[in-house]
Design a binder for this molecule. Structure first.
Ligand SMILES: *Cc1c(COP(=O)(O)O)cnc(C)c1O
Length: 531
């Protein structure tokens, strides 16, 4: 209570768990003393009391001793009991009954929105322009929708990251680990795949050859160096399939930092091998049992754990998601992919006509796209996971099939139902199975700077098979979506053009999944590996 009261700067919502009113409808006799205690600890910040308030009598007795009364579930009851189409009116009538105030239509509208009548109905124009100016905004996307308790730490992180960005010795240090990471990663033509498709030349940017087998290490290494500069001694991270967990545990081993990885209990079961890999590296895996017990719950839990250990701990988020400054920071470290690609193509006397990458949270794609974003001769093509198909509920194609909302502290596209509840997602590749996406990609979708395709599980398997059998490279299932997308774009652009495919990771981790899924998916693409 002391900690929370010390943090509050506007008002305190006091949830009276013992109930606001007694059985006879009279005020709970302990309440005045409780309010006094809270005010004493907070330095007299206003207190609004809630829990079980439903009548005008309750309201009056609470507001006689508190600065405000909070009514929640009774409003929900009123809404659900209202006749179809009558919910708004019923809520308004109820509020008038409680407060004995009448709503005057015109006044109330301008009061609520602070805007003119004209843009109340469609809050665009000025209302939207206002939010593009804050820190970490990408058009109307991005921002920092974080609980109060996190904002100081996010500000510290932003300052530390900015200092590192501007400090040449930071980048020297980052590059000094290139031999450890296996950078620069190679770029070469996929000649048999190109020939097979009969369209544009397909080039491969080999992030699968990095240490730990994917692009995740680029970000994990960058962030741990920032964390060290901030004097942190512990690292936490979330992971879905385990790739980011492995990359984080790896850099923690390298720098002697304590490491805890949050992972949905369902993913712990499905990705047993990576869980063991993380533990071999000396880190702890905490299974998360809430919600759907997958990646999004792991992110929730990691934020929760971070809030109580802010002074010692840095949270290395694994994709270009979360509140500012995370999306910018992740994009900065992953931009090594696009920057190297640009230089490597330039050395060959070329510039790509298109770059293609798969999109989960969006870190490998934004890292590939960003260095090309101002060069309009380069098409940016992201490929999302369409799972069983966009016409089913089982997919993870957030940009293609989602709508604008807020998830994990950032305004972006999300997969949600009509009430704003986050949807269950599906993809055969665990790394793409996430209901949100990086805000910068959302902005590029809206501005049409980038285009987004989606590949079903079956199409991803086709990509997986082709790259394996024509190039001798077994790609990650996430990457296989981009392989399929690159083939589509190669056909469209035609011979003589050049496409670079970001090969985000290797497929060793997916061999068991492919074996398990082949009996179902194999027949749909004529692939039968039974003896
Ligand atoms: C994690 C992962 C992805 C998806 O994450 P992004 O942040 O969208 O890049 C893609 N490919 C591989 C190999 C991964 O490990």
């Amino acid at each position: 209570m002391r900690t929370l009261c010390g943090m509050a700067d506007s008002f305190i919502y006091l949830v009276s768990r013992m109930g606001v009113t007694g059985a006879t409808g009279t005020l709970n006799i302990e309440l005045p003393a409780l309010i006094q205690r809270v005010k004493g600890l907070s330095g007299n910040i206003p207190v609004a009391v809630g829990f079980g308030i439903s009548t005008r009598e309750h309201f009056l007795s609470v507001t006689s001793i508190a600065d405000g009364a909070v009514i929640g579930s009774q409003v929900i009851n009123i809404l659900s009991d209202a006749p179809p189409g009558g919910a708004a009116q019923a809520a308004e009538d109820y509020c008038s009954l409680i407060t004995q105030r009448k709503v005057h239509r015109d006044e109330s509208m301008s009061e609520i929105s602070g805007a003119t009548e004209k843009n109340v109905a469609v809050p665009t124009g000025d209302a939207e322009a206002a939010v593009t100016n804050g820190p970490g905004r990408f058009g109307t996307f991005g921002g920092q929708y974080a609980p109060e308790a996190l904002t100081t730490c996010l500000a510290e992180l932003e300052a530390g990251f900015q200092q590192a960005l501007d400090d040449p010795t930071f980048w020297e240090e980052y590059r000094s680990y290139y031999p450890y990471m296996g950078r620069p990663s190679s770029l070469h033509q996929a000649s048999r795949l190109t020939e097979h498709v009969g369209g544009a030349n397909i080039w491969l940017k080999r992030e699968d050859l990095n240490h730990t087998g994917s692009h995740k290490i680029n970000n994990a290494l960058g962030q741990i160096l920032v964390a060290r500069r901030l004097g942190k001694t512990e690292i936490i991270a979330e992971t879905g399939a385990g790739q980011h967990g492995v990359a984080t545990a790896t850099v923690c081993a390298k720098f002697g930092m304590k490491c805890t990885i949050y992972m949905g209990a369902e993913d712990v079961r499905r990705q047993a091998l990576n869980v063991f890999r993380i533990r071999l590296l000396g880190a702890t895996v905490v299974p998360v049992d809430s919600g759907s017990r997958t990646l999004r719950d792991a992110v929730n839990e990691a934020f929760r754990a971070w809030i109580v250990r802010l002074d010692t701990t840095h949270y290395i988020i694994g994709s270009a998601i979360g509140p500012h400054p995370f999306p910018t920071m992740v994009r900065t470290f992953q931009s090594v992919i696009g920057n190297e690609t640009k230089a490597q193509m330039h050395e060959l006397g070329k510039s790509p006509d298109a770059v293609v990458a798969c999109v989960g949270g969006g870190s490998n794609s934004v890292g590939m796209f960003y260095p090309f974003s101002n060069d309009l001769s380069v098409q940016l093509v992201g490929v999302e996971a369409a799972g069983d198909g966009l016409d089913t509920e089982r997919h993870s194609a957030t940009l293609t099939g989602g709508s604008v909302g807020v998830l994990h502290g950032v305004r972006t596209y999300v997969l949600q139902d009509q009430h704003g509840q986050i949807s269950e997602t599906h993809s055969v590749s665990a790394g793409l199975d996430y209901p949100g996406v990086g805000p910068e990609l959302a902005h590029w979708k809206e501005s049409k700077r980038a285009t987004f395709l989606s590949a079903t599980d079956v199409q991803a398997f086709e990509g997986f098979r082709l790259l394996s059998q024509l190039e001798g490279i077994i790609p990650a299932l996430e990457t296989s979506h981009a392989v399929w997308g690159a083939i589509e774009i190669a056909k469209k652009l035609g011979p003589g053009k050049d496409i670079v495919l970001c090969l985000s990771g290797r497929g060793d981790k997916d061999v068991q999944t492919v074996a398990d899924e082949l009996p179902r998916i194999g027949p749909q693409i004529g692939w039968d590996l039974r003896f």
